[in-house]
Ligand binder design. Sequence first.
Ligand SMILES: O=C(O)CCC(=O)C(=O)O
Ligand SMILES: [Fe+2]
Length: 207
Amino acid sequence: MASLSISFPNLSLEKVPPWLTRITERINEKSGLFPSSINHVLINEYLPNQGIMPHQDGPAYYPVVAILSLGSTVVIDFTPHPNLSSRVGTHGNSVDDKISDQEAAVMNSCERLENFHPFSIILMPCSLLIFKDMVYSEYLHGIKDSEVQGCDEAVNVTNVQNHGVVQHSSGSMKALDSDDTVIFRDNTRVSLTCRVVTKVHKSIFKF
Ligand SMILES: O=C(O)CCC(=O)C(=O)O
Ligand SMILES: [Fe+2]
């Protein structure tokens, strides 16, 4: 859980401040992935042993998220949504040999879903992560509450090796093998999570 969270706009109806709009406009222009201006920014501060539970950002937002990472390096984990995995492997149980169109559609989607694997990404200081579509709708994302995070499976582990952020664990750490590749979170991390709220209610309070 983050030690500090600030949301723009917030309940005091403070809009995204100009210094932040400069950042979000740049992200919007350079990525070309958002349907309109970024109108929601969440700033989270994490101490080295703090993370965020695996979750989905939900239907309130357009399914594209840009996370700007500042401060300590961190590993973010993506895991297929449990509902998705429970649908995998359900085919083949039918008593009836004949397969209805509906069952065939489910089987096809199951086979497709077997291709969904967990993965992790190392977020370097000043890096920008953008995820969207299937990763937004079919995966959970989270960060472990741990100062030392294993990153052997991170998709970009070889890219970041030259930057000196990954090390081998000494073996004295719980839940890690002696040869695991790890990052040490030695500092506070601040993230700016930028999204588009699709339905903006002009008036939150009705009198
Ligand atoms: O701080 C992060 O990197 C992730 C934040 C996040 O997932 C969220 O606020 O929904
Ligand atoms: Fe999130």
